[in-house]
Every structure is written in C-alpha cells, then in structure tokens.
Write a protein that binds this ligand. Structure first.
Ligand code: LLP
Length: 439
C-alpha cells in the first residue's frame, strides 16, 4: 500500500483517511485522487536531506508532472521552487500566486512570447537550452532593459538506464548544449560579457525514473570536468549546480526506489569533493523532482464495465477510462498495479487484463493483474498515477478528462472539476454558420 492508504473494516481501500469507494460515489469515475500528506512527506524528505548536508539548495517541483492551481499552491506552501516548461505552466503558476522569483523556466524551444512573459514576470531564472534562445534572450533583455539570471543546460553524456523516450542526458539529445564540441564554452563566453544576463550556473537532467544514485554522481563528476576547464580558461565558476530530476518511484513490484536522501547525499557529496579538488566553494545544489514528489501520491479510480472471457486465452475487464487519462502504458509500456477498492481484502483468484474504453487495441492499462472475482460496477484503484497522468490526459475519442480530488486527514476537496460534454465543443464554430456569413 502507498502513502497513507490502508484497508478499512468494510474491506475498502482508504486514502488520506477517506474511503475511496465513497469518493467514487460522490465524484463519479474515473477519478484522480491525491494523497496530500504523501506529497508533504516527500517534499520534507528532500529538504531534510539537504539541510543535513548543510549546503545551500533549492528543491524545485517539476510542474510538468502535474500542474494545476491547487498543486502549485501546495508546492508554494511546502517551500518548494517551481520548474515550468511552457507559457501555460508559467501562467498557471502565476495564477496560483506562486512567487515569480522561485520559478525556473525550461524548454528546448521557448518562443519569443514565452521568453517575454518570463522577463516581464521577473522569474528566478531561465534555463537556456540553445544558441537560438540565447540570441533571442540577449536581444530581448537589451531592448527591454530587463536583467535575467540564467543557467545553461548541458548534456553531460551520462546514460540514465531508463526508457529511451525519457532519457535526456546523452550527447545525441534535442536538449541542451553539448560539452564535447565546445558549444557550452561558447555559450558561457557569450553570457559572461552580457550586460543584462547573469550566468548563475549549470543545469543537467539525465532522464527520468532513475534508480541508480550513481547516475547523479557520474553526472556531477562529468560536469565538474568541464567546470575545472572553464575555471582555468575563463575564470568561470558556477554559483548554482542544478542536477535536474528523475528520481525513480514504485509503480510495481519490479521497481525498487531508493530513499530520497540517498540521491541527495550522492550528488551533494560528489559536488563537495569535486569542489574541494578545485579549492572552490560548493555551489548551491538545485534539484527538480516531479514524479518523486507526486507520482506515488496519485491513485486513479475506475468503474469496471464490460467483461470478455476468451477461454484459455485471457479475460479482459474494461474500465471507464484508459489511455485518455493514463497514456503511459501505451507510450512507454509502463506497468501499473491495481486493487479492487471495494473488495480490497478478498482473495485474488483471477488473472485479468485491464482495458481502457478507447477504440484502439493498444489502449490497455494493465496486461496481467490478479484480482478478486470482479463484476460490473466494482471500483478498480490503479496506484502511482500521480505523475504524468492528468498532465498527459487528452480527449481522444472525445472522452472527458476526469476530476481531481485532494484528500488529507479524512477530508476531501475537488481541485479540478470533471470536464463536461460542452467543454468539448467550447472552442468550436459551426462551418454552416461560416458559409452563411460568406453569402
Ligand atoms: N527537469 C527536467 C529538465 C525535465 O525535463 C524533467 C522531466 C524533470 C525535471 C522531472 O523529471 P521527473 O523527476 O518527473 O522524472 N512523460 C514521461 C516523463 C517525461 C519527463 C520529462 N522531463 C513519463 O510519463 O514518464
């Protein structure tokens, strides 16, 4: 069981002190539930690890994992910084009243409009990704006479040992400046003499769902090889070393996440020893966890509908959601665990496969899971859906995006309402009407 969940006297799954079958009844399904206490505990675990290492730090929540006003408010309450990677995420952060100076802006193709928005809002820093962006930023800060702190994103050439779609640290990547070909040096030189841009430090993100703390050690060492050179050749030494996010979580029994402090200890200790070799101070260490803060805190409830038994082959149980609310199995072959929330103590005697309701054979949530005998109307709870679930939700087949509910201490509150059919056509105009206008 995850976070604060337990099974109550009725044999029902309970999260944050709330019986989830009651939530399914009250809000309908599918439904995303977030265990707020779990998010708090994880944020505190990261912060405590840094405090114990006695280094200056920032823990920035990577809001791409799950961005909405309530989540941003929670991040602010927890004293986190915020990583945004689009104008939409920045807008959401500002709407939630998040302090601009704690926002970091990422992305390999920030548009001039997005950069202007960031400059006007006076955010904490922009993580510069490439020369196009750098030249835009130089010109824009000059014409707007607006200063901005920047980090340069580099690719340290470290393999993350994760799915290739979520692996980003290798040299052949669309992200960041390459270290070996002199791109990073060139960018640093351009920044060091600039009137409005202040080069605060270096950023690297090696990938996602990483279980080896050594990956971060290797990245820090690799970056320091370059820092040593920059220091010697240009007298440049960073104030900030941002090691990115990517800390792995538990989706199922094959995942063995490390306690969060292990990652922090590894990267900070490596930075300390590398800095000592150069006789330089330890930079501020920043990280950007998304998944590790919200992933395990999220559970999705579905109602079981159709059943199809193919004798000696497979039993398909279909639910009222699927790749529209969780595209990760279809996109990354991601594996999930599930329980029957209203029969959580019953013996698991059936091996079944959980299908979504989209018109697509690939819309499978779980290929094999053991459940108690399930009937139509039972509530299926899929765990660890808090990161990149709602964030990547879509309206394929014109299916509605579910509601999102926060639970804590026996209380529940809806933070995102379920979409309605009218939402689907909200931005649409009749073509018939356009033809009439022309006549
Ligand atoms: N920092 C940067 C620069 C990133 O690109 C990302 C994720 C993060 C931090 C946060 O990574 P996390 O701690 O959440 O692993 N949709 C995929 C994940 C894509 C991750 C993109 N960047 C998935 O569902 O697994």
């Amino acid at each position: 069981l995850y976070g604060t969940s337990y099974i109550n006297d009725f044999g029902h799954l309970t999260i944050g002190g709330v019986d989830v079958t009651e939530l399914a009844e009250y809000y309908g399904t599918p439904l995303y539930i977030y265990d707020v206490k779990d998010i708090r505990d994880r944020a505190l675990a990261f912060k405590k690890a840094f405090e114990q290492q006695r280094v200056d730090y920032q823990v920035a929540y990577a809001s791409k994992a799950f961005s909405c006003i309530a989540m941003i408010e929670l991040a602010e309450e927890l004293g986190l910084s915020l990583d945004v990677c689009s104008g939409g995420e920045l807008f959401t952060a500002m709407k939630a009243g998040f302090p601009a100076e704690r926002i970091h802006f990422h992305g390999n193709n920030k548009t001039p409009d997005e950069l202007e928005m960031a400059l006007k809002e006076g955010i904490g820093c922009i993580v510069v990704d490439n020369f196009t962006e750098l030249s835009w930023l130089m010109a824009m800060t000059e014409s707007m006479k607006t200063p901005m702190k920047v980090l340069i994103r580099i690719t340290p050439g470290v393999e993350a040992h994760t799915h290739e779609y979520i692996s980003t640290g290798q040299e052949d990547s669309k992200f960041g400046f390459d270290l070996n070909s002199g791109q990073a040096e060139k960018a640093i030189k351009m920044l060091l003499n600039h009137e409005y841009l202040y080069l605060q430090g270096v950023h690297s993100h090696i990938g996602s769902q990483i279980f080896r703390a050594e990956g971060f050690e290797e990245a820090v060492k690799e970056i320091y090889l370059s820092i040593a050179r920059w220091h010697q050749e240009m007298g440049y030494y960073p104030d900030v070393l941002n090691v990115g996010g990517g800390f792995g979580i538990r989706y199922g029994e094959n995942d063995h996440p490390l306690p969060l402090h292990v990652y922090v200890d590894k990267m900070v200790e490596t930075a300390k020893s590398e800095a000592a070799k150069l006789k330089m101070p330890v930079p501020e260490i920043w990280i950007e966890p998304g998944r590790a803060l919200v992933g395990e805190a999220g559970t999705t409830l579905y109602r079981i509908g159709a059943r199809k038994d193919i004798p000696d082959v497979r039993t398909y149980l279909s639910v009222d959601g699927g790749m529209t609310d969780n595209i990760r199995p279809a996109l990354y072959q991601a594996e999930y665990e599930a329980v029957l929330a209203n029969k959580a103590n019953d013996e698991k005697t059936e091996l079944v496969s959980i299908a979504g309701k989209c018109c697509e054979s690939g819309d499978m949530l779980i290929w094999d899971v053991k459940l108690p005998p399930a009937v139509q109307g039972d509530i299926l709870a899929v765990s660890s859906t808090g990161a990149y679930g709602y964030a990547m939700a879509n309206n394929y087949n014109r299916i509605l995006r579910p509601a999102v509910v926060f639970v804590e201490g026996g209380e529940h509150t809806c933070v995102i309402e379920r979409e309605t059919f009218s939402d689907l056509v909200r931005h649409e105009r009749s073509y018939r009407h356009q033809c009439q206008l022309k006549d």
